[in-house]
Design a protein around this ligand. Structure first.
Ligand SMILES: Cc1cc2nc3c(=O)[nH]c(=O)nc-3n(C[C@H](O)[C@H](O)[C@H](O)COP(=O)(O)O)c2cc1C
Length: 196
């Protein structure tokens, strides 16, 4: 059994929806136990389910991109994780990350870079999307592709800013989130099996 934790923040519900679809994809792999955690509950190093994160084989980071950056609540979690860093408590766990924002690109790369750097500081093993570009040829329909914005470092999806979370992100982005969760789960299971 591989334990996968998803730690996410969502101000208005859109990234929460993405997190749920990452969870669905990750849990669809046999042998994976996947639990969602709110970063809001992990903003202090001395309170929250830190023991459960310590027991996880993989941690997936997720936050909306606000002003070209991970949201402030998620950053509080990042800083609170410094207590774990002192003992390298997350060393050799699998790590991955996802972000969601209003624009197709929207500077999401900055957020994914923050996540991958956080993972590197913790000595974790970063997993990208493993996906090919989505919309990169005239034969493709931008409204009907997975990995539309063609991110590789982590998952990047779009929530249109005038729609609530029950309408956006669209089906293709949510399916991409599931594919991403599935991949992280498969990578984690291989990693766990290889250790025993
Ligand atoms: C303070 C703030 C800053 C934002 N900055 C960006 C940005 O830099 N790029 C972008 O594409 N969208 C930006 N957005 C739009 C959000 O990323 C988008 O609405 C997202 O779906 C919010 O996710 P949430 O509902 O999980 O909070 C911003 C929204 C807010 C509230």
């Amino acid at each position: 059994m591989a334990k996968i934790a998803i730690v996410y923040h969502s101000g208005y519900g859109h990234t929460a929806k993405v997190a749920e679809h990452v969870r669905i994809g990750a849990a669809s792999v046999s042998g994976a136990e996947v639990i969602l955690y709110k970063a809001d509950d992990l903003t202090s190093p001395d309170a929250g389910p830190w023991d459960e994160l310590a027991a996880a084989d993989a941690i997936i980071f997720g936050a909306p991109t606000y002003m070209g950056s991970a949201s402030a609540v998620f950053k509080q979690f990042m800083e609170a994780s410094s207590k774990v860093w002192f003992s390298h408590g997350w060393k050799d766990k699998i790590a991955a990350g996802f972000t969601n924002s209003g624009s197709l690109y929207g500077d999401k790369s900055s957020t994914l870079q923050q996540f991958s750097t956080l993972a590197a500081q913790h000595g974790m093993i970063w997993t990208g999307t493993g996906m090919l570009p989505g919309y990169n040829a005239s034969t493709k329909d931008i409204n009907a592709v997975h990995n539309r914005a063609s991110f590789t470092l982590g998952l990047g999806v779009q929530s249109l800013t005038d729609q609530p979370a029950d309408q956006t992100p669209d089906r293709f982005d949510l399916e991409t989130a599931e594919q991403f969760g599935h991949r992280v789960s498969e990578v984690t299971i291989r990693w766990v099996r290889g250790r025993t």
